[in-house]
Design a protein around this ligand. Structure first.
Ligand code: AMP
Ligand code: MN
Ligand code: MN
Ligand code: MN
Length: 285
């Protein structure tokens, strides 16, 4: 395997991050990242900017996206890496996936109003860089600004996590569709932050099996959304399922993210890194 300070998961203002793609590229480079990917939620509108910025810095780049999926009534995120961003099926699939976000946001705002929190939709919109991509993160920023909660963790714990009073259930893409869009566009599909889902071990096994059956090839093992104590379990699952391993900070913002770009331990040597599957998709200049 090739040991590399790869960071293949982060977000810009094109989804729910607070930094522009160019600023992220410079931060990745300054932090010693050797292979970078911008993976905005359900959106590839930042890819050309990220690629151009990476090129100017001599930073190897893989195209990226993080697709929202509904699996067994729970939300799962699938990262796509190294795809052709002009692929029509992928572009259409992402458009459909983004489609319900506006109506969902209005419903979230109505629920929050019933709890006595007024103006959440307008408040969240102030933080939105891309009108098609209003997310719970933008609501969390508003609720912190309004003094309802002290930080976004508290917002999710009290209002926005699945089952809380401001949560609006939403149906995202199907697992098989998301994997197919990525693969048919020449990319590799990766299960994002598997430790973050509220799945029983049986459901987790079903997720890995079905993902693999649909042609999924990778799983995040070393990830800013995982605690280091969770790495060994996903190292073993990657080996058991014959999946390549990915590494990414899931960086959103210098104020909110505890893991900075490039600041993660390396993958264990017995794993096959996803970048070994994507050698010919890396933009090097
Ligand atoms: P959405 O796609 O609108 O459902 O928003 C999901 C986003 O909310 C994730 O990508 C994270 O950025 C953020 N998020 C989810 N859970 C939490 C949490 N517990 N604390 C902080 N941010 C969270
Ligand atoms: Mn996010
Ligand atoms: Mn995610
Ligand atoms: Mn993410």
């Amino acid at each position: 395997m090739t040991i590399l300070n790869a960071d293949l998961h982060c977000h810009s203002t094109v989804s729910d991050g607070t930094l522009e793609p160019e600023v992220l590229a410079a931060r990745a480079k300054a932090n010693g990242v050797e292979l970078w990917s911008l993976t905005d939620h359900d959106e590839i509108g930042g890819q050309q900017r990220a690629l151009a910025a990476a090129r100017a810095l001599g930073l190897p780049y893989l195209t990226g996206v993080e697709i929202s999926v509904t699996f067994c009534d729970l939300t799962v995120h699938i990262v796509g890496l190294g795809f052709d961003p002009a692929n029509e099926q992928l572009v259409r699939g992402l458009e459909q996936t983004r489609g319900g976000r506006g109506a969902r946001a209005i419903e979230m705002s109505e629920q929050l109003a019933q709890l006595g929190i007024q103006g959440a939709y307008e408040g969240a919109l102030k933080y939105v860089g891309n009108p098609e991509l209003i997310s719970r993160t933008h609501f969390a920023r508003f609720l912190v600004e309004a003094g309802v909660c002290k930080d976004s963790n508290e917002v999710f714990r009290k209002y926005l996590a699945d089952g809380k009073p401001g949560f609006v259930p939403h149906r995202w893409a199907a697992l098989g569709d998301a994997v197919r869009w990525i693969r048919e566009a020449g990319g590799v599909a990766v299960i994002a932050h598997p430790a973050r889902y509220d799945h029983s071990p049986t459901r987790e096994y079903a997720l890995f099996s079905e993902f693999k059956a649909h042609g999924g090839q990778g799983v995040e093992v070393v990830c800013g959304s995982h605690a280091p104590s969770e790495y060994p379990r996903y190292t073993e699952l990657a080996l058991e399922f014959g999946l390549a391993a990915s590494r990414g900070s899931d960086f959103h913002s210098p104020d909110e993210s505890h893991t900075d770009l490039g600041a993660l331990p390396f993958l264990e040597g017995r794993l096959t890194p996803v970048w070994d599957l994507l050698a010919d998709r890396i933009h090097r200049e």
